[in-house]
Ligand binder design. Structure first.
Ligand code: SER
Length: 318
């Protein structure tokens, strides 16, 4: 049985991954931590306040709970990273280095999300291959490429079992993402249900890869459970489920809410970032090496998102 530590558990991925992993591996075997108190996560299993940049407290927590697997979900996202690049580097790389060092000391496996943000304007735009030129132009992307390289290095040099996926934009309805370029694809649902209109910060012709949270959670588990003998790559695998532009998701939501209206007020920072990223990834290596296969496409995802958010509105929880 795994003994799992999640750092950054209060964020968009962690708030759902904690619950998912507890169902699979048992509540007491999944220790959630975050720099802030997260009441909900403490209700179903162990929770501790932990600043992942504090190497001493990090090691103490790993030792205390006899952890063998770390999910490193600490990150400042792409758009907010551009406001303070030094802070983004310190947080994103600081948490990763501490994860890798503590994993080396206590023989843990480490999962760290990489991102479509690891690619840049010189990467092929369509069906972006697994192995290609990666010259990102955001500090977030620089951290992600560095993170992939460091994770591979710790595997080769010290045998630390590091694995990661390059996540596309993750669409979910529990915890909002914050400061990302793909956030519009989540915000649009709340705006549609609450106000019947949305002002989009991303130009209508820009395509980005996306994935629905249930597939993202499944990817984390499938990769960490994969037979290492089959892994040619480790950090990080391209994965995707769908690729769309603002105009396409708008039309899909409109099928359910015919009065829904969208206009545009382009955010130049987000536009520049979005245009520097791929339109669509080629995820063949993930499919071949560990059986990656998404279950959610655009129409089903939109139906489910609207159902969940409408229910929360009816319950007065929005
Ligand atoms: N969702 C992230 C962002 O937009 C990309 O990984 O920053």
């Amino acid at each position: 049985m795994k003994k799992i530590l999640i750092i950054g558990a209060g964020g968009q991925i962690g708030s759902e991954l904690t619950v998912y992993l507890r169902k699979l591996y048992g509540n007491t075997n999944v220790v959630a931590t975050d720099v802030r108190e997260c009441k909900a996560l403490g209700e179903t299993g162990p929770f501790a306040v932990l600043n992942a940049l504090d190497a001493h407290s990090f090691a103490y927590t790993v030792n205390k709970y006899k952890i063998d697997t770390i999910f490193n979900l600490v990150a400042l996202l792409s758009a907010v990273g551009e406001k303070d690049p030094q802070l983004a580097w310190n947080i994103n790389i600081g948490a990763l280095m501490n994860s890798l060092d503590v994993a080396r000391q206590y023989q843990c496996a480490v999962f760290t999300p990489s991102s479509i943000g690891a690619f840049g304007p010189s990467s092929p735009k369509d069906h972006t291959p697994q192995d290609t030129l990666m010259q990102p132009t955001t500090i977030y992307g620089v951290c992600k490429v560095t993170g992939e390289l460091l994770s591979n290095y710790y595997y080769l040099k010290y045998g630390v079992d590091t694995r990661s996926v390059r996540f596309p934009g993750i669409i979910s309805n529990v915890t909002l993402p914050g400061g990302g370029t793909t956030d519009y694809a989540v915000e649009i649902f709340y705006a549609a249900v609450k106000h019947g209109r949305f002002t989009c910060p991303i130009p209508q012709d820009v395509f980005m890869d996306m994935i629905y949270m249930p597939d993202a959670l499944n990817a984390c588990v499938e990769l960490m459970e994969a037979d290492p003998a089959r892994l040619v790559h480790r950090n990080g695998f391209n994965i995707t489920a769908m690729s769309f532009s603002p105009e396409i998701i708008y039309k899909e939501i409109k099928k359910h809410l015919p009065d829904f209206k969208m206009d545009y007020k382009i955010d130049p920072v987000k536009e520049a970032i979005a245009r520097s990223w791929p339109n669509s990834l080629d995820d063949t290596c993930a499919r071949d090496e560990w059986g990656w296969k998404p279950s959610w496409q655009l129409p089903e995802m939109v139906t489910d998102m609207l159902k969940c958010i409408r229910r929360r509105k009816e319950e007065g929880k929005l």
